[in-house]
Design a protein around this ligand. Sequence first.
Ligand code: GDG
Length: 464
Amino acid sequence: MSRLIVISNRVSRPGTSGSQGGLAVALSEALRESRGIWFGWSGETTDHFTGQIGFSEDQGVKTATIDLEEQDVDEYYNGYANKTLWPLFHFRIDLAEYARDFEGGYNRVNQRFADTVSPLVEPDDIVWVHDYHMIPLGQMLRQRGHGNRMGFFLHIPWPPTRLLVSLPHHTKLVQTLFAYDLVGFHTEEWLESFRHYVEREMGGKVAGDFVTLGDRTIQAIACPIGINAREFAAAADSAEAKAIYDQIRASLRQQAMIVGVDRLDYSKGLEERFNGYARFLKDHPEHHRKVVLTQIAPPSREDVGSYRQIRATLDSLAGRINGEYSDVDWTPIRYVNQGYPRDKLAGIYRAAPIGLVTPLRDGMNLVAKEYVAAQDPDDPGVLILSRFAGAAMQLRDALLINPYSPEEMSDAIQRALAMPLDERRRRWRAMMDSVESQDIGWWRADFTARLTALRDVEPDRVPG
Ligand code: GDG
């Protein structure tokens, strides 16, 4: 079996977090099996970049991390990754900032990654690079003579060509993807946009899974990420889950809880969600005192202005809606800026007859799948899901809505509250079949099997 080298912005060590996400667990398993290495940024800064690698091994998973300079973090992570690419790839060119320093810092840090990981890469290794922080890394490794099989997976959407061309030097960035052998997206829609860009802007050719640019042919595929469905369902039955479930139910008395769980990010449609819920309260006075929206929203990327902005907006919106509709013994929105361990989260999902997931754009959205997996099969809740989440391609039995329309959201909440048990069961079963069959193990196996099946790149075809 070839050794796997996973490279991503941050690495997750099995022993340290206690609440590793499904992706981290799946990658850890693959690394353990192949005796591989997970390489990334330590999250720490240093005065002067040295390239010194911090190695560690935990539960059979080897990790290798480097520290970055503060300027690197500003320009690469907060800058190009999160102020330029993240908004642009989520269709928000109004929020995207294009600064030369950001692009320079992004390339510098990718070079630093390439320089430090390069000596660790052996000829038979399979290299799997993750996400928008690391797009040019594959090309930089090729430039250092690595002919290995290399894959790249994009966890966020690929934007339409007409938006992508607003990025200075967009062609140069996309060109670097042709250093990989396999490029994966969550959905056909993102894949289609990528192919469209390559054909229209670069004169490339598409034939089935193969995309050719000049003398390089790569495979570009849709490979939707999943969750560890069985583990998540079991978590919902754990003692921690039951305890928080009972606590919530007792506090609700007979009220129906609608739940949302999201990093505090403008792509998640939180403002639209609050407005849709307010519309529901306005349209349906008969439901006052009978519903509660619990929004769990741990803060994220607080060094970026647009994230501080969304937090301020939501604080005031939640306050306004609660001020307008609350009574002495009823608060319609419980807005919680803290995270919970996974088992508790599973209990929170199960306590809610409605899951409300309303991103304006989302590569996939794992919360939608987790909500489904955590339900009681005998009495499952209803998922209301934005049609603009990648997950909507698979979870066709959710109530699919346009998150920009408060009326649609209001109607969907009303419909979910009234939905008969047999319809809830039927919809849930169909969604759960999808969540179980295309789980995180399936995703990881599919991507790595395709990579493994490739032949190493001939040295004379290593693109410069
Ligand atoms: C990116 C893409 C794609 C959230 N709050 C808590 C908590 N979470 C966990 C959820 C879920 C994860 O964070 C969020 O995953 P999403 O998929 O919803 O979103 P992103 O973080 O934006 O992830 C996305 C994903 O990559 C994978 O490819 O689906 O489209 O944007 O797992 O449960 N977890 C715990 N406590 C919390 O309070 N334990």
